[in-house]
Design a protein around this ligand. Structure first.
Ligand code: F0G
Length: 352
């Protein structure tokens, strides 16, 4: 199958853009992996939309191809974003691919995973670390982009949401219809907004028959939507979703309410447990924030939420690759033992 990126694939559903302006790294078309292990544990049929396999290792590439293409069409020379890491990695890579745009990113100092920082820097973005959190960074970016000729590429940029909604299209194309439930981590709340928009548009176009219930999950230390008020000092080891005042708050609530779903929270311990189960039981390595969707399913299952829905199709968006954040993996497993380099010692160690 020929795949030239998601704009070419889903053009009929996306804002108009000429070929010459399209900036693509052939993002999208990520696998929808059936997890026998999770299906068995949860009594559901669980599919994992592994967005870590996008070109920069996260779902952000879906929105970024659209936003950067539109910036190129407009003749922008500089793009800018605030980021917990993945948006900055993606913006930096797509700016590099554009061949004409510079990229500046603002990140919360000390709270972004190493891999993401490496990405932004190697793609030659101007990386600015601030003493503050994501919400502070986003306020600065909003103000600058309102007053200077700089294009904002956070998910407040509507083209980001447009690109990201293609995740829902791919799920429907691969499953033959929308699932009954769609579980997704919630940070700045752009992605839950985008998926819901995608599901609605696909159904309206006759491409799918049903709509899923959207199940969003925030980290317990950064759960403003669940608590109903901004969190001034958000804290979670899932740094990607360490956000206290999401930009798409209202739209996430609309996705929740229109779909008859929910937005709940999971603790860091629950996130890490799900993170390890995904890696060891299904063979899929994600970053901690991504595991929030699976942690949420375990929480709901314990509460009996799925009692009436045995075997139902559930899709989890696994938003980012595990290699983005190797420190979290290493800190949560047993370190390898160092032994003498001879066959006898190795056989003993394996238990043979
Ligand atoms: N998972 C990962 C791996 C993320 O990087 C993000 C957001 C989310 C989930 C939440 O998605 O914000 O659309 O609700 N990361 C942004 C960033 C904030 O700057 O990379 P959301």
């Amino acid at each position: 199958m020929k795949w030239d990126g998601l704009i070419h694939q889903y053009r009929d559903f996306l804002p108009d853009i000429k070929d010459e302006h399209i900036v693509t790294l052939n993002e999208g078309h990520t696998p929808l992996i059936k997890s026998e292990d999770l299906s068995q544990r949860l009594g559901l049929t669980v599919y994992l939309k592994y967005e870590g396999l996008n070109p920069t290792g996260s779902f952000k590439d879906r929105g970024m191809t659209m936003a950067i293409s539109k910036a190129k069409e407009k003749g922008s020379q500089i793009v800018m974003c605030a980021s917990t890491g993945n948006t900055s990695a993606s913006a930096a890579a797509y700016s590099a691919k554009s061949g004409s745009m510079r990229c500046a990113v603002i990140i919360p100092d000390g709270n972004i995973a190493l891999g993401k920082l490496a990405q932004a820097m190697i793609h030659k973005a101007k990386v600015i670390a601030i003493k503050g959190n994501f919400d502070d960074a986003l306020n600065i970016v909003r103000e600058i982009t309102e007053n200077y000729p700089v294009e904002l590429v956070n998910s407040i940029n509507p083209f980001r949401i447009e690109g990201q909604k293609t995740g829902a299209f791919e799920v429907c194309d691969m499953l033959g219809d929308a699932p009954q439930f769609h579980a997704i981590p919630v940070g700045n709340a752009g992605n839950i907004t985008a998926y819901w928009k995608g599901y609605k548009e696909y159904k309206a176009a006759g491409k799918s028959q049903q709509l899923p219930q959207m199940l969003g999950f925030q980290a317990a230390g950064a759960a403003p939507i669940v608590l109903g008020k901004p969190v001034e000092k958000p804290e979670t080891l899932a740094t990607a979703i360490r956000i206290g005042n999401p930009a798409s708050w209202k739209m996430a609530e609309a996705a929740r309410d229109e779909s008859g779903g929910l937005i709940d929270m999971v603790t860091d311990d629950e996130i890490i447990e799900a993170y390890k189960i995904l890696a060891s039981g299904t063979g899929v390595f994600v970053e901690p924030a991504s595991a929030a969707s699976v942690a949420g399913l375990f929480k709901l299952q314990k509460q009996g939420f799925f009692e009436q829905h045995k075997g139902a199709n559930v899709v989890c968006t696994l938003t980012g690759h595990g290699l983005k954040d190797p420190n979290n993996a290493i800190n949560n497993v047993e370190k390898p033992t160092v032994i003498d380099g001879d066959i006898k010692s190795v056989l003993k160690e394996i238990g043979l």
